[in-house]
Design a protein. Sequence first.
Length: 368
Amino acid sequence: QGLQLFSALPAPVLPTGSSSSVGSTGCVHHVENMGRSAASAAEMVTKQRDFFYSETEEPHVIRRGEILKKHPEIKGLMGHEWRTKYVVGATVALQIFMGWLTLEWSVPAFIVALYVVGATANHSLFLAVHELAHNLGAKSMWANKLISMMANLPIGIPYAINFKPYHMEHHRYQGRDGIDTDIPTRLEGWLISDTATCYVDHTIRKAAFMFCQIFAYALRPMCIKPALVPFDQWMLLNYCVQFSFDGLMAWIFGPKVLWWFIGSTFFAGSIHPTAGHFIAEHYVMEGKTETYSYYGPLNMLAYNVGYHNEHHDFPNIAWSNLPKVREIAPEYYDNLPQCNSWFGTLMRYIFDDSISPYSRVKRGSKNE
């Protein structure tokens, strides 16, 4: 079974001469200095001040070869999922309906609906765009692009076409500095961790980052590799379709409806249970393991993106077949460290002083 990664914070580093006992939850309880505040005790945790470095090949290529040699029947799982376009269409229809339904709601009720329904729906659409970037929603590349533009509609901002090149680099060059734009920058590490003055300061900064992480996720790729995505007819079409939809919705329902779409997108990438996968997938939570799978119920709303080791091992297998990969080759997945809670991951990232933007593996030596 997977390790209970996020049930408790790791044991802090104790100063010489102090003692500790470990309770049933795995948390450390100090015997000495019992009057010390929780914040002071947490400050004793050793911070990660630099990235983890690995000179080995990323693990998915190696494991993929081994699994295919032992279980060649997995090749039969490869290919697109025809139901994806219908799930996307239903989610888009739900968001348009909710945008209309909530027009006259009070602000508190609107915010609750935005967080519970809107953010969940738009995060599902994020992951539909991810699925379609792998050409797993239809047979042809152009059909996948058109479906991804449909999924993009309630998100409010055109990004479906821009997303694919950056994401393909993440798969091909996982952990490569300056290529894999999923890796936080040193500037993020400096702003969040290096200049933090204490545990409370560090925690507040991480919480603020998580609240606004959608901006880092969206802007980091364009800042690191702005020339990767050329402006072509597909990007132009994405922009025209998106802004036409935004204008049509504002004309039919009034400009207020756009608050529903944009607000849903913001909360979808904020401190939201489904957004936990941004951290859970590749932040180092156990030893130096760099990819984690989550097998919980939120996968039903997220195109099984929680099966992340399986996805990276076989990026040409659609969401509906990823659980079958684990069923066929359990010996390769059941003993890997696992994430048991996406929301628990967010909480651990915020409150565990040893977790930071530096908790990622970079390929190559430290001096490269």
